[in-house]
Design a protein around this ligand. Structure first.
Ligand code: PMP
Length: 425
């Protein structure tokens, strides 16, 4: 166990036990310092101006897009990388811009019951548009991830959407997903990978995975703000419609207002395509003024991650997680929520979910917060999984490279105090 990287995170100079990195990571000094350097000076809006500031901004955003393409191992290079307001928006963009058409009247989408609400609700709404469409939900709670997904694939399935790392079990599903992608593509089924929780646990290599869509969430990997980063395969990107449209996405808008009858424009979806010419690649999806500082910070976040190496993150987190799980298992008042075979497959990331017997998770979360021990309590946006397990909510501790054995000991000590407090009632 190492505290080598702790001093990279200035906020930890305060008395803070931060065990909520799956919600958002702390921001390293390296990223914050770079942002302070650039934000006060040479920044402008993107693609809207000339001069030194505009050129600098363009350069920094382009560099970030290239760094992301290389970080994710993109086929097709940086043209396939789209910035969106968050990961959830990216999933909706793909749902309405592409999957809606592919589904036809009776197609199905296949997910698992461990998906985040953001990887279920957009698909649910899409299938609700037509009576014969359906959402298939694989139950992975028996510890049979691969079989439960494969067994639901049939000729009506047009898209499989899976999280690379689940946000309750924290299991890394990479090896199973590789097999699922092969089977899906053999049957012309699209694959979307929700990698929001993955970049600090798994080396993502899109070339190797050969998938169709992937999304990450920048604030969980040291960037400021929150930008979704969506990869869309170059087989698809220029066929995908901009489901949300506006300034910055079109090269031409052919409306002659002087020739309108009664000042009225009549337009249907087919003529719309003739009137509006969208840019190619990512340009057609990045609507309005872009959050350039948030975007640029992703480039610095990648510098930081690569200076350490994703493997190192994974090793440190696994070591800390093993210690945390071992300590929690010593507490007979704790119920762990674990993927059934996690002991065998050693594919855990940095997350463990649990409850204290007889105490509501929000009560525990609140009392821990009073001691400045931060973790997440509630449904974790994973109602399908928790409902399947008949658990009305849980606590989730999630680790970062800044955590130490002392953090874990503080958590365990405070959980014990809370248990004692409630036992006296
Ligand atoms: N998928 C997973 C697995 C997540 O953990 C999250 C965020 N908690 C999301 C999707 C949604 O990400 P965002 O908040 O960037 O929309």
């Amino acid at each position: 166990m190492t505290d080598k990287y702790r001093s990279d995170f200035k906020i930890l100079d305060q008395n803070l036990v931060y065990l909520d990195s799956a919600a958002t990571s702390l921001k390293p000094k390296y990223v914050l310092d770079r942002m302070e350097e650039i934000s006060g000076s040479y920044i402008s809006t993107l693609s809207r101006g000339f001069g030194q500031n505009a050129e600098n901004t363009e350069y920094l955003v382009n560099t970030t897009r290239e760094k992301l393409a290389s970080f994710l191992g993109c086929l097709g290079g940086s043209n396939s990388i789209i910035f969106t307001p968050n990961a959830t928006s990216a999933i909706n963009l793909v749902a309405y811009g592409y999957v809606d058409r592919v589904l036809g009247t009776d197609g199905s989408i296949l997910v698992t019951n461990e998906e985040h609400h953001s990887n279920i609700l957009p698909w649910m709404r899409l299938v609700a548009k037509s009576f014969d469409r359906s959402l298939k939900i694989a139950d992975i709670t028996k510890g049979n991830y691969l079989e439960s997904v494969l067994s639901l694939i049939d000729d009506r399935v047009k898209l499989i959407s899976l999280s690379l790392v689940g946000n309750v079990y924290g299991r890394i599903n990479l090896e199973d997903i590789k097999i699922i992608i092969k089977e899906a593509h053999r049957r012309d089924i699209l694959v979307f990978v929700d990698a929001a929780q993955a970049p600090l646990s798994v080396k993502i290599d899109i070339k190797d995975l050969d998938l169709d869509f992937l999304v990450i969430s920048s604030h969980k990997m040291f960037a400021i703000g929150n930008t979704g980063v969506l990869y869309v395969s170059d087989r698809i990107i220029n066929d995908m419609l901009p489901a949300i449209i506006g300034g910055g996405t079109v090269s031409d808008l052919k409306i002659d207002v002087t020739s309108l009858e009664n000042s009225t424009l009549k337009v249907d979806i087919n003529t719309m395509d003739k009137i509006v010419t969208c840019f190619d690649n990512y340009h057609r999806f990045e609507i309005g003024t872009q959050p350039v500082l948030d975007i640029i910070s992703i480039g610095y976040a990648i510098d930081y991650i690569e200076s350490i190496g994703v493997d190192k993150f994974h090793t440190i987190n696994q070591e800390n997680l093993a210690y945390l799980i071992q300590r929690l298992k010593q507490l007979d008042f704790v119920n762990l929520i674990e993927y059934p075979n996690s002991k065998e497959d050693r594919s855990l990331s940095s997350i463990i979910s649990f409850n204290i017997k007889g105490i509501h998770c929000h009560d525990v979360g609140f009392l821990l917060g009073e001691k400045n021990i931060c973790l997440r309590s509630g449904m974790q946006c994973a109602s399908l999984l928790l409902n399947s397990l008949k658990v009305p909510g849980c606590l989730r501790a999630s680790l970062g490279i800044y955590n130490t054995q002392d953090d874990i000991d503080s958590l365990v000590e405070e959980l014990t105090n809370i248990h004692i407090l409630f036992s006296k009632k």
